[in-house]
Design a protein around this ligand. Structure first.
Ligand code: SAH
Length: 204
C-alpha cells in the first residue's frame, strides 16, 4: 500500500511513509470489509461515512507536518480513527472530534485497543474546533465545507497549518492549506482535487 499507492504518487516524507507503514489499517475497517482494508480507495464505515483513501490520508498528513511544531494536532471528523492514529505516530498529542456518537465510540475503542494513549476522541460538532487543548499546531478537517469554520482559524497556533477540503460552487472539492495568518484574509493554498463527505451541522 505504502509503496504503490502513496510513494508512487509523490508522498516522500519518510516519517509519513513510516507512520502509514505502522498503523494497522484493517483494525479501523468494519469486519466485513477487512479484506479490502489496503485497497486504493475509500471504504464505507456504515452510517453513510467513509474512511479516506490511504493516499489522501498520507498527503494530508504530509501537509500537516509543514507546521512549525508537532506538539498538538486536532482532527475534525474522526470517522474510523485511522487518520487520528496516523497523526498520533507523528504528533505529541492528538484530539479528534466526531459528530456521530456511534463512530466516535468505535474509533475511541480502536485507538485504545491499539494503545494510542496520546489520541483522544470527543463526540461534538467540529465547527467549533476543540477549545480545551488549543492552540493547535495542525488541524486536519476530513469533511468538506464551503468555507473554513472561523473557530478553527482562531484555535491555530502561530506557525500552524489547517488542511481542509473546500467545496466549490460547482460541487467539486479541493484540498486547501491555510497557514496561521497575521492577516485574516490570507488566501488558502489549493493542493489537490478530493472527494469528502460533507461537514454536517449538529442537527443534520
Ligand atoms: N478521518 C476519517 C474519515 C472521515 S469521514 C478516517 O480516518 O476514517 C468524515 C467524518 O466527519 C464522518 O465520520 C462524519 O460523521 C464526520 N463529521 C461530519 N460533520 C461533522 C461535524 N460537524 N463535526 C464533527 N464530525 C463531523
Amino acid at each position: 500500500m505504502v509503496r504503490e499507492q502513496v510513494e508512487a504518487r509523490g508522498v516522500r516524507h519518510p516519517e509519513v511513509l513510516a507512520a502509514l507503514g505502522s498503523v494497522p489499517r484493517h483494525e479501523f475497517v468494519p469486519t466485513a470489509l477487512r479484506g479490502h482494508a489496503y485497497a486504493d480507495r475509500p471504504l464505507p464505515l456504515g452510517v453513510q461515512q467513509t474512511i479516506s483513501q490511504p493516499f489522501v490520508v498520507a498527503r494530508m498528513t504530509e501537509l500537516a507536518l509543514d507546521a512549525e511544531r508537532r506538539e498538538r494536532a486536532l482532527e475534525i471528523g474522526t470517522g474510523s480513527g485511522y487518520q487520528a492514529a496516523v497523526l498520533a505516530e507523528l504528533f505529541g498529542t492528538v484530539h479528534s472530534v466526531e459528530l456521530d456518537p456511534e463512530l466516535a465510540a468505535r474509533a475511541g475503542e480502536a485507538l485504545e485497543r491499539l494503545h494510542y494513549r496520546n489520541a483522544s476522541v470527543h463526540c461534538a460538532d467540529g465547527h467549533l474546533g476543540w477549545r480545551l487543548g488549543a492552540p493547535w499546531d495542525a488541524i486536519l478537517v476530513t469533511a468538506a465545507s464551503d468555507s473554513l469554520p472561523p473557530a478553527l482559524v482562531q484555535q491555530l497556533s502561530p506557525g500552524g497549518r489547517i488542511v481542509y477540503p473546500r467545496r466549490r460552487a460547482d460541487g467539486s472539492q479541493v484540498l486547501c492549506v491555510q497557514e496561521a495568518a497575521s492577516e485574516p484574509a490570507q488566501q488558502a493554498r489549493e493542493v489537490l482535487e478530493v472527494r469528502f463527505v460533507p461537514l454536517r451541522g449538529p442537527a443534520e
